[in-house]
Design a binder for this molecule. Sequence first.
Ligand code: 3DU
Length: 218
Amino acid sequence: MSRKNGVILALDVTDEKSALTISRDVADFIDAIKIGYPLVLGTGLSIAEKLSRIAPVIADFKVADIPNTDRLICEHVFEAGCDAVIVQGFTGPDSLFECVKTADDYKKKVFVVAEMSHPGGDHFFTDGVSKEIAAMAKKSGAFGIVAPATRPERVKELRGVIGNSMKIISPGVGAQGGSAADTIKAGADWVIVGRSIYGAKNPKEEAEKIKKEIEKYI
Ligand code: 3DU
């Protein structure tokens, strides 16, 4: 997964036709497609392989279980053609380390949720907890963390914890009120954008607009 545009499409549509049409349409302006429960429950995990022909696929399953169950989930995700998986860190180091080990076995990547973007996202993910999760993510050898575009100052603080060797992907741009430019300026590598793109009348134009908004900062 390399950065060209700085935009990840959050593909939360629930049918295969829309998923493939929108992805093909915006392909020139995104670097990856994030899929999650809405699309996978709607279409089955086989959608991952189809989308992976368009762009690298990140499976946002926020994996949060005991190490053995986490490993089984990650194996399915990677066998299905996904390039990366998003996992929770609050389950502790043994669960996280098992996800990273599984990803390493498949030569794939793990992103760890350090803090969430919705209004209640800082209720349990308080400053200390988020920073501890980010530090543990770094220790685990994970590829990156997820940090909130709705609070760019938190992106900056969490960047301070992990340094420059890890990536930050940030949801919360557009529909949740975050600004793509402010998020990249705060230290994110990619913004994750869903409804603003797939819900737009012209998804391609919207994706291009976001790419252009951040291109001078990446
Ligand atoms: O709000 P949007 O429609 O742009 O979609 C954001 C996506 O990112 C969506 O798939 C959501 O499940 C995911 N996400 C967050 O919004 C916030 C987080 O902290 C983590 C993931």
